[in-house]
Design a protein around this ligand. Structure first.
Ligand code: PLP
Ligand code: TYF
Length: 396
């Protein structure tokens, strides 16, 4: 039966984790996968999460099936976070939101729904993008192409290219856009550039799909979410996937969502009924724990304040590590100007290092980043940064 089954390639990023685990170098540093580690190199368990879990344990609940679209209070909390509690779309009830299995799950529910709705549409992702974007939309049945985003030669955004490619797209094309903290480059477009993108999306009749996997990691929760308000103001219908993996450090709980902004409440009800079919035929309904924790933290004023403080702590520490990296590289003797690292935001830096240099970093120094030169700066700390800088200095 399986004799013709080919061996599939490993996920380029998750595969690095396996290689890292098997590396016996005592100085090894994992800057491969996009995970935030604290100043001690540990995966944090947020205090707000611990408090919510304690409250849930103190009043244990039986584990019946959740509704197909998840915990109602969770979906409401997500709508308020993404669109704003005082926003017109939220108040008018024209957002359809479902709990998803992480941000990936939210993306896939949206992709499956879109494939039924617009089978002929093409999908455009940024060049480069998170690897899984292409695979996920292809797996849903779409042809996936790219719009220009980053220019390796100039080591900068190619915004004119991005705009031109979106302008050239056929009406109905699905445009996957990173809402903030672009993965893998770390370069976001400015608010004024977003206005230009939105104008093109509107003019060309594209279907925007915002991927919000790092809300709160660039400038703040409201600041990073402001792009959603811009799409609302333009009068567009669009998709937003949300991930709480990073912002709650709940990677393994698989907490995320898909929100679809519709023209009316009646339309949102119909869309929701279709999203539920995508879920029902895939995993029936989501798990209980992670969603319950996130809903409690988002809705309880004290826990919410604690979360915002803890998320700010992660954001500030990443920014400090970016500065220290620029200074450390200079001190280690790197001649080229690396100050672009502090212009980039979020968990990643596109370092500009070549594949050969990244392979040397890995094999000779145990410093793991992706072959594309992406490094997770959120995994740097006071103890490993000196070694990372010296290692980079030796390969450039
Ligand atoms: N989208 C982007 C851009 C990401 O970097 C990630 C990272 O994991 C995801 C989506 C998926 O998030 P999750 O782990 O919650 O599925
Ligand atoms: O880009 C990253 O490192 C994170 C984690 O298939 C990740 O988004 C990587 C690959 C993957 C799923 C998650």
């Amino acid at each position: 039966l399986f004799s013709a089954v080919e061996m599939a390639p490993r996920d380029p990023i998750l595969g690095l984790n396996e290689q890292f685990a098997a590396d016996s170098n005592p100085n090894k540093v994992n800057l491969g996968v996009g995970v935030y580690f604290d100043e001690n190199g540990k995966l944090p368990l947020l205090k707000c999460v611990q408090a919510a879990e304690k409250a849930l344990m103190d009043a244990p609940k039986p584990r019946g099936y959740l509704p197909i679209d998840g915990i109602a209070a969770y979906d409401t909390a997500v709508k308020k976070l993404v669109f704003g509690a005082d926003s017109e779309p939220f108040k008018a009830g024209r957002v359809a939101t479902v709990q998803g299995l992480g941000g990936t799950g939210g993306l896939k529910i949206g992709a499956d729904f879109l494939r039924k709705l617009k089978p002929e549409a093409k999908v455009l992702i940024s060049d480069p993008s998170w690897e899984n974007h292409r695979a996920l939309f292809q797996q849903a049945g779409f042809e996936v192409d790219t719009y220009r985003y980053y220019d390796g030669a100039t080591r900068a955004l190619n915004f004119e290219g991005m705009l031109a490619d979106l302008k050239a797209a056929a009406p109905g094309t699905i445009a996957v856009l990173h809402a903030c903290c672009h993965n893998p480059t770390g370069y976001d477009i400015t608010p004024a550039q977003w206005d230009q993108v939105i104008a093109v999306v509107k003019e060309r009749g594209l279907t925007p799909f915002l991927d919000m996997a790092y809300q709160g990691f660039a400038d703040g929760i409201a600041e990073d979410g402001a792009v959603v308000g811009k799409f609302v103001a333009a009068g567009l219908s669009f998709f937003v996937s949300t991930s709480f993996s990073k912002s709650f450090s709940l990677y393994g709980e698989r907490v995320g969502a898909l929100s679809v902004l519709c023209d009316t409440k009646e339309e949102a009800d119909r869309v929701l009924s279709q999203l539920k079919i995508m879920i029902r035929t895939n995993y029936s309904n989501p798990p209980t724990h992670g969603g319950a924790v996130v809903a409690m933290v988002l809705e309880d004023p004290k826990l919410r304040a604690q979360w915002e403080e803890e998320l700010a702590g992660m954001r500030v520490r990443i920014k400090a590590m970016r500065k220290a990296l620029v200074q450390g590289l200079k001190a280690a003797g790197v001649k080229q100007d690396m100050s672009f690292i502090t212009t980039q935001v979020g968990m990643f830096s596109y370092s500009g290092l070549s594949k050969d240099q990244m392979v040397r970093l890995r094999n000779e120094f145990g410093v793991y980043g992706t072959d594309t030169g992406r490094m997770c700066v959120a995994a740097l700390n006071e103890k490993n940064i000196g070694y990372v800088c010296e290692s980079i200095a030796k390969v450039v």
